[in-house]
Design a protein around this ligand. Structure first.
Ligand SMILES: *Cc1c(COP(=O)(O)O)cnc(C)c1O
Length: 365
C-alpha cells in the first residue's frame, strides 16, 4: 500500500529519544529550549514557544493576542476543525470568509466584506502547504488595526516573497505525524513580539513563570523533552524533505496535466508551496465519480483522502451555534465536493510515483 502520509523516523531520532529516556528528564527542559531556538531560527522570528499540539498552539496564540468574548475572528471554512474551534475556545466568534478557486485558501476580497467594528483578528490557513495571500492580509490588518494569527500547521518552510510563513503575524504550527515534520504530538507558536511570546509562555504553563506562583489563568500545554528531541532531528531535515515533496508534486503535475476533467494543483507566483498535500479536483464530467475514483485508487494500493469533505460551517456543531446558515460560502461548498488528495510525501519511490500516474491515466480512459 502506498500510504497518503508517512512520518520519517531515522536512527538518529531513535537514539535522541532513547538518550532523553535514559536521562530521566522527560518533561519540559533543555531539549524543548533547544528545539524552540532552532525553530525560531528556521522560521526567521525572534521567539518560539513549544506547545503540546497545534490546537493548543492556536488557542494560546489567540489568548496571548488578547482575543476573547465579544470579538470576531475571520477565518476560512475550508480547514481542519481545530482552526475554528480554537476561536470558540476563547469565547470569540469565528466569522467565515470564502476561498479562492485555484489555491483553496481564504479570499482577501471576502475578508474585506466580513470586516466590521468587532473584528479583532484574522486567522488565515496556509492550506495544503501553499501560502495564502498573506501580504495583502497583512496590509488589511494594518489598515484596520486588526491582529494576524497564521495557522501554518500544514506549511513548515513555505514562503511568500522569500519570507517563511509563520513570520508575518503570530505563527502556529503542528507537529502531528502526518505533517511535513513531526514530534509525535506537538506544536509551536512563533512571533517577533516579545509581549506575545511572554504571555504565550505563561499561558501554556499554568500562568506561572515562577513555580507555584500563578499570575494568570493558564493551561498545561507544554511540550515534553521526548517530543523536542524528535523535533531537533526533524528540523535539520525539513528542507530536504520539502524539496522531495516539491519534486514529487512537479512529477505528478507534469504527468497528470493532460488528464481531462481533473484539475491539478496550481501554485501562485512568488510562493513556495511545500505540498503538505497534493490535491486534485475531480469534475462531474470525469468518467467516474469521486467515490469511485477513491475506491479505484485504493483497490490499486494507493491511499488517498478528502481534506475536507465537510466545511467547518456545515459541521453539525457549527450548524447549531450558527442557526442561520451563511449563504456566501459557495466556493468552499463546491470545492469540498471535488477535492481528493493523493500521496506526495518524501518517502515515495519513483516506482510509487509511476504507479500513481499510470492508475490515474487508466481511470480517465
Ligand atoms: C493539523 C492541523 C491543526 C491541529 O494540529 P494538531 O497538532 O493536530 O492539534 C490545526 N490546523 C490545521 C490547518 C491543521 O492541519
Amino acid at each position: 500500500m502506498i500510504q497518503i502520509s508517512r512520518p520519517i523516523i531515522d536512527e538518529e531520532t531513535i537514539k535522541a529519544v532513547v538518550d532523553v529516556l535514559r536521562s530521566g528528564n522527560l518533561a519540559q527542559g533543555a531539549k524543548v529550549l533547544e528545539f524552540e531556538n532552532a525553530f525560531a531560527d528556521y522560521i526567521g522570528v525572534r521567539h518560539a514557544v513549544a506547545t503540546s499540539n497545534g490546537t493548543t498552539a492556536l488557542h494560546a496564540a489567540l489568548l496571548a493576542n488578547g482575543i476573547g468574548a465579544g470579538d470576531e475572528v475571520i477565518t476560512t471554512p475550508f480547514t481542519f476543525i481545530a482552526t475554528a474551534n480554537s476561536i470558540l475556545y476563547t469565547g470569540a466568534k469565528p466569522v467565515f470568509a470564502d476561498i479562492e478557486e485555484d489555491t483553496f485558501n481564504i479570499d482577501v476580497e471576502k475578508i474585506k466584506e466580513a470586516i466590521n467594528h468587532k473584528t479583532k483578528a484574522i486567522l488565515p490557513v496556509h492550506l495544503y502547504g501553499q501560502p495564502c495571500d498573506i501580504k495583502a492580509i497583512c496590509e488589511l490588518c494594518e489598515d484596520h488595526n486588526i491582529l494576524l494569527i497564521e495557522d501554518a500547521s500544514q506549511a513548515h518552510g513555505a514562503e511568500f516573497g522569500g519570507k517563511r510563513v509563520g513570520s508575518f503575524g503570530t505563527g502556529c504550527f503542528s507537529f502531528y505525524p502526518t505533517k511535513n515534520m513531526t514530534t509525535g504530538e506537538g506544536g509551536m507558536i512563533t512571533t517577533d513580539n516579545v509581549d506575545v511570546a511572554k504571555r504565550a509562555r505563561l499561558l501554556i504553563n499554568h500562568g506561572s513563570s515562577k513555580r507555584y506562583h500563578n499570575e494568570i489563568l493558564g493551561y498545561n500545554y507544554r511540550m515534553t523533552d521526548i517530543s523536542a528531541a524528535i523535533g531537533i532531528c526533524q528540523i535539520k531535515k525539513i528542507d530536504i524533505w520539502n524539496e522531495k515533496r516539491i519534486y514529487n508534486a512537479n512529477f505528478l503535475s507534469d504527468s497528470l496535466k493532460n488528464i481531462k476533467d481533473m484539475t491539478i494543483p496550481s501554485v501562485r507566483d512568488g510562493r513556495k508551496h511545500v505540498f503538505h498535500q497534493y490535491t486534485v479536483r475531480i469534475s462531474s464530467d470525469f468518467p467516474i465519480d469521486r467515490n469511485g475514483f477513491i475506491s479505484a485508487l485504493e483497490a490499486n494500493g494507493i491511499g488517498c483522502s478528502i481534506y475536507y469533505p465537510v466545511p467547518v460551517h456545515m459541521q453539525e456543531f457549527y450548524r447549531k451555534i450558527n442557526k442561520i446558515q451563511p449563504n456566501n460560502l459557495g466556493m468552499t461548498e463546491r470545492l469540498s465536493k471535488e477535492v481528493v488528495s493523493i500521496p506526495v510525501h518524501p518517502s515515495l519511490s519513483q516506482e510509487d510515483l509511476n504507479k500513481i500516474v499510470s492508475v490515474m491515466v487508466d481511470l480517465n480512459e
